[in-house]
Design a protein around this ligand. Structure first.
Ligand code: NAD
Length: 290
């Protein structure tokens, strides 16, 4: 396939590289980052999209996606598919899909889980919204970039799945961190806490796979001085998206709301900016010490 790839940052660069390494012709564009190995350079987003069967975007947020989509859609050939893998709000995903269909194009929202390691290793999970026909045409590409793909429903369903997943992640990370900080105050050894919780009903991905306590469990950003990994700012962005979606849909999400407040404070008023989202643990520990 001929693929246009726009947004070659931490996630996009390794995803584009994996597609090229699998034998696809990939033409990439980023306003700042260089093309990764095997990816042909385009001078603009529109040039990357010309002639492509599938145009993939991996961009920071919804407003940037809308601006890039408006640039590339007029350049795309009829019947080509615009596949956005960024994490954005459900409304932007639905608008891009509606505009694409009106222009005679296919459209998928296909955000990912698995982080930079998953992008590099080709082990991402894709959660996809859009028609069955468009989904089947892009599935071979998802299978190169990832190890699991779920077709969640119509346009916007992929983003809905992503923000629900990350709302759970934000809440469980905070709960795991506050429990470790409480254990410290109670004189409970952190390793013993991990040994119990990771095999008891308090277990979660935050505890078992991404433990926020250094030296405990599998290697995680806590073992690298809380360098991201998944930055607190990105978690704050995703919790903002889930709260916006909840407000628009009239859904009550009190835990998501509190997690959003805590990450807002952590990033904007404390020392969370530029640190992994699991750095909530030293934050609780230092507050408990006061
Ligand atoms: P990033 O900032 O490293 O990459 C984004 C890239 O988009 C940058 O290189 C930037 O120069 C480029 N860009 C911005 N505006 C552009 C424009 N108008 N035209 C062309 N290029 C433009 O971010 P990332 O970590 O690669 O994340 C990308 C998306 O993936 C985000 O939506 C993020 O929420 C999501 N995501 C990230 C992770 C993660 O662990 N980093 C995990 C899952 C999902």
């Amino acid at each position: 396939m001929k693929i246009g790839f726009i947004g070659l940052g931490n996630m996009g660069a390794p995803m584009a590289r994996n597609l090229a390494a699998a034998g696809h012709e990939v033409r990439g564009y980023d306003m700042a980052a260089p093309e990764p190995e095997g990816v042909l350079a385009a001078a603009s987003a529109a040039e990357a999209a010309e002639d492509a069967d599938v145009v993939i975007t991996m961009l920071p947020n919804g407003p940037i996606l809308l601006a890039v989509a408006a640039q590339v859609m007029p350049a795309m050939k009829p019947g080509a598919i615009l596949c956005d893998c960024s994490t954005v709000d459900v409304e932007s995903a639905r608008k891009v899909a509606a505009d694409a269909r009106a222009a005679g194009l296919g459209a998928l929202d296909a955000p990912v889980s698995g982080g930079i390691g998953g992008a590099q290793g080709g082990t991402l999970t894709f959660m996809v919204g859009g028609s069955e026909g468009d989904f089947q045409r892009v599935l071979p590409l998802f299978e190169i970039m990832g190890q699991k793909t779920v077709h969640c429903g119509d346009s916007g369903a992929g983003q809905a799945a992503k923000i629900c997943n990350n709302m759970i992640l934000g809440v469980t990370m905070i709960a795991t961190c506050e429990a470790f900080a409480l254990a410290d105050r109670l004189g409970l050894d952190r390793q013993k806490m991990f040994d119990v919780v990771s095999t008891s009903s308090g277990y979660s991905w935050s505890m078992n796979a991404y433990c926020p306590a250094p030296g405990i469990g599998p290697t995680s950003p806590a073992d690298n001085d809380y360098k991201p990994g998944f930055a607190s700012e990105l978690m704050l962005k995703d919790l903002g998206l889930s709260q916006e979606a909840a407000a628009a849909a009239g859904a009550e999400t009190p835990m998501g709301e509190l997690a959003h407040q805590l990450y807002t404070r952590f990033v904007e008023q404390e020392d969370g900016r530029g640190r992994d989202f699991s750095a909530m643990l030293p934050r609780f520990v230092s507050r408990n010490a006061k």
